[in-house]
Design a protein. Structure first.
Length: 179
């Protein structure tokens, strides 16, 4: 699998530092609040797991799943919710956990959908931010690291459902997806 990676952008050590830093900040910011962490599946699962271990607060966790990529490398622009959260948001401060904030379309769709369900607040934490690709007006309240406009995989991010299990974030060689 490593032969398919052009360059490692974020190492395992970097990821550990990022999750610790963000978790400590979220702990401070959400002290005394009723925190609901909502992971955006499937990509956020590794990040959410490691991040939540550094949030020293009582919290609950739920998941939402949306799709706009299919088997490609470019979003289709059509967002489909394939798994919705299971509980009521009233009284909760919601923290959306995303693997990468790219065009922003999927995250904005989820954010707008959850905002209509009466949470106390909604904030976004993203492991990776790719501002060069942003197409809609949405931002993350907490950012792990900015990345260049390249196709990245690993630590939950995939290409055609593969490479999620890489322990780092790497740029996928173009030859892998341009066959």
């Amino acid at each position: 699998m490593n032969k398919d990676i052009e360059k490692i952008l974020v190492t395992e050590e970097d990821l550990a530092g990022i999750t610790k830093r963000l978790g400590e900040q979220i702990t401070k910011d959400y002290a005394g609040k009723k925190l609901l962490i909502v992971g955006v599946l499937k990509g956020s699962i590794y990040f959410l797991t490691d991040l939540s271990r550094h949030i020293d607060l009582p919290c609950t966790i739920d998941f939402v799943q949306a799709s706009s990529y299919g088997a490609g490398t470019v979003s289709s622009g059509e967002i489909k919710i394939t798994k919705d959260i299971s509980g009521d948001l009233s009284g909760f401060d919601v923290l959306l956990v995303e693997d990468i904030l790219d065009t922003g379309r999927t995250l904005k769709h989820i954010h707008d959908m959850l905002s209509k369900r009466n949470p106390e607040s909604i904030a976004v934490v993203t492991l990776l931010d790719k501002p060069a690709r942003r197409e809609v007006d949405i931002y993350a309240d907490y950012v792990g690291v900015d990345v260049p406009n390249a196709f990245v995989v690993g630590y939950g991010l995939d290409y055609n459902q593969f490479y999620r299990n890489l322990p780092y974030i790497g740029i996928l060689k173009e030859s892998v997806y341009n066959k």
